[in-house]
Design a protein around this ligand. Structure first.
Ligand SMILES: *Cc1c(COP(=O)(O)O)cnc(C)c1O
Length: 431
């Protein structure tokens, strides 16, 4: 267990690349990812047979190619994410007859995980032969009609869930996700009638939860696995691994978590008499800490007793604070000639025409303040731990272009997605 690095409130570089130089070359606001941090997070999970990246957390092609080279497979929740996985070099399906090491069943490079097929995602799955993780029983007949004899994974809602926010809780009666645990016998009959075999079992109870809640899933999965029986060759613990955002928060005990799941896997292997592949499906864990939003301070003003620092990024750039009241560490990169500023209490906001456009807000939308080095117009403000559910949730609200994305590797910053242009904003529209 390691504590989160102490957040320096003045920061001049990201992974050896000069922040002022990045802002000068690529403009602001800009997302910056540190490749080494992503690789390190992939290595943390090396004990698992399969690490499957839930790309919805950060789906830039350069990031997908990076995790692919680190041996990580990928999850897709839409046609667009299938397209991204293929474009980043993932094979659509395992080579026929390919077995993994130690007689493990082959892993599917891409898995489509969703509660529905829209018409184009069903087309894409069929066209490329992509393995499906079904979150609703209706998907079984829809798939069987187009891919007779396919094997599938079932996503089961164990009847409980937990997330960092009620909006990211994906289990229990309050969640639309997965097949209800009590319906398994009926769903297995439907799968058999449709001519599909059930080779995988998956549970994902929420995002940004904690290990105590996640640990309850192993027992629930074991019970459902016994109902499915010997056709099962892969079990997935889902994602949800927490990361430290606030000062003092720690990394979770991943060794203990793996040991718990490994024991579940071994119990099932003994019962079924064959090897079982053990998967984990993190999104946030692999990329959150790698990501930074670099913004420029454009105004500093007082409203009565409160001081506001206004930057050129808003909730169009990073939505987590307005969506969930999420906390992101921040630091200042002072402009040349602006030396060692003293800390002061400020609220940080963006340019959007909406009062909720505040990065320092508590759950419920209340404006909070943060102690930051006194900022001046022209300084750069860096919003940290922004690499998961950051760019991917950015929008064109207020007709703002999507920001650029930059990857820093070996101290060198490289543009991996160009900032949108004004023409991009009106593409496809007619007067
Ligand atoms: C979102 C999601 C994940 C990843 O969740 P994190 O909290 O980012 O790890 C994993 N699996 C499924 C099915 C998801 O929807």
């Amino acid at each position: 267990m390691s504590t989160a690095p102490v957040r320096v409130s003045v920061r001049r570089e990201i992974a050896g690349a000069d922040i002022a130089d990045i802002a000068g070359r690529f403009g602001t606001p800009v997302y910056v990812y540190d490749a080494d941090t992503i690789r390190r997070r992939c290595r943390d999970l090396a004990a698992w047979d399969t690490v499957r990246f839930a790309q919805k957390a950060c789906s830039n092609l350069a990031v997908l190619a990076l995790v692919r080279r680190a041996g990580v497979l990928v999850d897709a929740v839409s046609t667009g994410e299938i397209h991204r996985a293929l474009a980043a070099g993932y094979a659509p399906h395992a080579a026929p007859g390919a077995a993994g090491p130690q007689d493990l069943p082959p892993a599917h490079p891409i898995v489509y995980t969703a509660d529905i097929f829209d018409r184009d995602s069903l087309d894409a799955v069929v066209r490329h032969g992509i393995h499906v993780n079904c979150g609703s029983a209706d998907m079984l007949e829809q798939l069987a009609a187009r891919m007779p004899g396919a094997s599938v994974t079932l996503r089961v809602n164990p009847g409980f869930g937990h997330g960092h926010s009620q909006k990211t809780n994906t289990g229990g009666e309050g969640s639309k996700h997965g097949i209800w645990h009590e319906d398994i016998p009926e769903v297995l009959r439907r799968a058999e009638w449709a001519g599909l075999s059930v080779s995988g079992l998956h549970m994902h109870i929420g995002s940004g939860t904690d290990l105590a809640h996640l640990a309850e899933v192993a027992g629930a999965l074991e019970r459902v696995a016994r109902e499915i029986g010997r056709s099962l060759t892969t079990i997935s613990a889902g994602g949800g691994l927490p990361v430290p955002y606030k000062p003092g928060e720690e990394h979770a005990d991943l060794g203990g978590y793996f040991a718990l799941w490994d024991a579940t896997r071994k119990t099932l292997e003994a019962d079924f008499g064959h090897r079982i592949r053990l998967e984990i499906e993190p999104g946030r864990y692999l990329t959150a800490e790698s990501g930074f939003v670099v913004t420029e301070v454009r105004a500093v003003k007082r409203q009565g007793g409160r001081k506001y620092v206004l930057v050129d990024a808003g909730f169009n750039t990073l939505a987590r604070p307005v969506l969930y009241g999420s906390y992101h560490p921040m630091s200042l990169c002072p402009a040349d000639g602006h030396a060692s500023p003293e800390p002061e209490e400020v609220a940080v906001g963006g340019p959007l025409c909406e009062s909720g456009d505040i990065f320092t807000q508590a759950d419920g939308g209340f404006v909070a303040t943060r102690s930051l080095p006194a900022a001046q117009v022209g300084d750069l403000l860096v919003i940290e731990v922004a690499g998961a559910y950051g760019f991917v949730m950015a929008s064109n609200y207020n007709s703002k272009p999507l920001p650029a994305e930059v990857l820093v590797d070996g101290g060198t910053a490289r543009l991996v997605r160009a900032r949108q242009t004004p023409e991009d904003l009106t593409r496809g529209e007619t007067v």
